[in-house]
Design a protein around this ligand. Structure first.
Ligand SMILES: [Fe+2]
Length: 405
């Protein structure tokens, strides 16, 4: 929900008659949030959206998060190596849950194939971060190209599917935040009329929007070809709807609810006289969580500054970081694709030597995505299976064998 967009055909006044050249009535759909009080979009379909010929419980869908007690006890710092995951499957069903609480479920996915069904997630907005690869997302709002380094926002209950771009030279590797209460731009970044402020870390122009409409009024056809199957997720259950025709029949739409992409390289980082707290890197937020972006930047300007993060006990937050690229200032033995969990209740901070070693440095080339959650996160069995069990002990000096210095 960045700003208002419109494309394609629509009547001059909402909720009035719109016909094609043959006199066929087009069908309006309102995609509304917050009941009918939040952001919304008008979608104009060639056919009624209610045309399903079969509705059954689906045998297909992704794994649902369930706690593995080994993942939380004892309370210690954890590291998960997503590089152990081979590329396989389709985005709607290959994503694996790693960490979750009532506000957020964090998945990782390495899909190798295009979705062969359409998918709609009624359990939350999906905020993805693409670590590697590229794809196109087909939705009722149009086509959205996405690539490595992009955040991708897919609104709750938007019918879509991912097309894997085989020409990108590799499979997708990506993290997903399923935000049960929604994921959005922090209110502090907007002025009273909703425009992004000049001191926000991004501008309206930084967001890539879908190219639409997806369908046309062509006499024979015009509906985007695709599967007739739609898998809907709600309350952790999957339902299969067999539709009369592929659902991509939208010839025009207008509103604030549409998918978008934002490249982390466009994030405008801030530098201070001395080390600024992680919240200065705020990017997206939702009830119970805050996503932050760490990007290459000049570090602190005070001649005696210690650029490395200070050890800290953030007593109200669990902290999760996906390391993407660069030499992360405060960590050793941690490479791209690693995800750390530093739980509230115990302190965390730089690895031995990093704090002292950062003195005098003037810039960092790190790229990482962090999420802080205000409720504790539960690791799943899938996370436990990816865990580097020596991570907590890697704060002992010297570094454990195999760790990079
Ligand atoms: Fe931290």
């Amino acid at each position: 929900m960045i700003d208002r967009m419109s494309c394609g055909l629509m009547p001059a006044k909402p909720h009035t008659v719109l016909r094609d050249a043959e006199g066929n009535l087009l069908y309006e759909e309102m995609l509304t949030r917050g009941g009918f009080s939040g952001a919304f979009s008008y979608l104009y379909h060639r056919y009624p959206t209610t045309a399903a010929v079969e509705v059954t419980e689906s045998k297909r869908g992704h794994a649902i998060a369930a706690e593995d007690p080994r993942g939380r006890t004892p309370l210690k710092r954890r590291l998960y190596d997503t590089r152990k995951l081979p590329p396989a499957g389709m985005p709607f069903e290959c994503r694996i849950p790693l960490l979750f609480n009532k506000d957020l479920t964090i998945y990782f996915a390495c899909p190798a194939h295009t979705d062969d069904v359409y998918f709609s997630n009624g359990d939350g907005d999906e905020l993805w971060f693409i670590e590697e690869g590229s794809a196109r997302i087909e939705s009722m709002c149009g086509w959205l190209p996405v690539t490595a380094g992009d955040y991708v926002w897919i609104p709750r209950s938007l019918i879509h599917r991912w097309h894997i771009d085989a020409a990108s030279g590799g499979p997708l590797r990506m993290m997903c935040f399923e935000a049960h209460g929604g994921a959005m731009i922090p209110n502090d970044f907007r002025n009273p009329i909703g425009q992004l402020k000049m001191d926000a870390p991004y501008t309206h122009r930084d967001f890539v929007r879908p190219e639409g409409p997806i369908a046309s009024l062509a006499k024979n056809g015009g509906v985007q070809d695709g599967p007739k199957e739609l898998i809907v997720k709600k309350a952790g259950k999957f339902t299969r709807l067999l539709l009369e025709r592929p659902p991509m029949d939208v010839v025009g739409w207008e509103g604030f609810v549409y998918p978008w992409a934002f490249a982390i390289s466009k994030y405008q980082a801030k530098t201070g006289l001395v080390h600024l707290p992680p919240t200065i890197h705020s990017t997206f937020a939702g009830p119970g969580f805050l996503v932050c972006s760490f990007v290459p930047r000049i570090t602190d300007t005070h001649p005696q500054a210690i650029p490395c993060p200070y050890p800290h006990s953030s007593v109200d937050c669990d902290e999760v970081i996906l390391y993407v690229k660069g030499n992360f200032t405060s960590r050793r033995g941690v490479g791209p694709g690693a995800i750390s969990l530093h739980p509230a209740g115990i302190a965390h901070g730089p690895h031995p030597g990093a704090y002292e070693g950062s003195i005098g440095s003037t810039r960092t080339d790190e790229v990482a995505v962090m999420v802080d959650t205000y409720l504790p996160l539960s690791p799943t069995v899938q996370a436990v299976n990816l865990e580097d069990t020596g991570y907590h002990d890697s704060w002992r000096s010297p570094a454990p064998s195999g760790a990079k210095s």
